[in-house]
Design a protein around this ligand. Structure first.
Ligand SMILES: NC(=O)c1ccc[n+]([C@@H]2O[C@H](COP(=O)([O-])OP(=O)(O)OC[C@H]3O[C@@H](n4cnc5c(N)ncnc54)[C@H](OP(=O)(O)O)[C@@H]3O)[C@@H](O)[C@H]2O)c1
Length: 215
């Protein structure tokens, strides 16, 4: 059992919390309003999930997952440098700015990536990028797609990536569907894949999908 803190109690955070707690982990969901009634966002998260503010969540967990909006994540997580020191930070977020038509259109960190920026701002933390290339429902149910989806993985620390591969296993990802592409600079490629997402949604609605390798 690992103590896992998830920043952001939205669609992604709540779903991951539920599956990871089912797998036996102790999960804390880090929300901006832990004292308010969190029943709505807790729905589906399971009984073994507790709530805390985001700073407490980052401080108390062994592994922290960033499931907050990517466009503002760099400044927010850089402010948690002390709390995140020595930990694995799993970044599943996407940092895009809305285009004129209201759909995500531009990367916030062109020529780089949010994950690289986070690694630079958090030198004592081991950042691993994964799961940002699929609809949230696929993150915890990859077997429901007609063709095997891919969970891309990148990060500088091999042990951290092994740890995250184990968590992906707990979420239902067999090793063969996990593609470790290399160090954290690879995240600029996998983060760029998000640019295709609004166009997929426009054509197919919210039908589950993952941007994947086919061989
Ligand atoms: N939805 C998907 O299919 C999908 C797929 C791949 C990747 N992602 C990425 O995963 C991340 C979360 O996506 P989501 O769909 O779960 O979004 P969401 O439903 O909007 O949830 C994000 C959560 O982050 C917290 N949050 C929002 N603004 C914040 C701020 N300024 N400071 C701190 N916390 C804030 C909120 O939780 P509290 O109100 O509890 O604080 C909010 O519920 C995003 O970066 C997204 O790009 C999403």
């Amino acid at each position: 059992m690992t103590s896992i803190g998830i920043l952001g109690a939205g669609r992604v955070g709540t779903l991951l919390a539920g599956k990871l707690s089912e797998a036996g982990h102790h999960v804390v969901l880090g929300t901006r309003s832990p004292t308010e009634d969190t029943t709505a966002t807790a729905e589906g998260a399971g009984p073994r999930v507790s709530f805390a503010d985001q700073r407490t969540t980052a401080r108390t967990a062994e592994i922290v997952i960033n499931a907050t909006p990517g466009d503002s994540a760099l400044e927010r997580l850089a402010g948690l440098r002390t709390e995140l020191a020595g930990k694995v930070l799993v970044d599943v977020s996407n940092a895009t700015r809305d285009a004129a038509d209201g759909l995500p259109g531009d990367l916030c960190h062109p020529g780089s990536s949010l994950a690289e920026k986070l690694q630079g701002a958090l030198p004592d933390t081991r950042v691993v990028k994964t799961l940002n290339t699929m609809l949230f429902s696929v993150m915890t149910a990859p077997e429901t797609l007609a063709t095997p989806p891919t969970a891309f993985l990148s990060g500088n620390d091999e042990q951290a990536k092994k740890t995250v591969t184990g968590l992906l296993g707990d979420l239902g990802w067999p090793p063969a569907w996990i593609e470790d592409l290399g160090d954290i600079t690879i995240a600029r490629a996998t983060e760029a894949l998000v640019l295709v997402v609004p166009h997929i949604l426009r054509r197919h609605g919210f039908a589950p999908f993952a941007v994947s390798l086919a061989r």
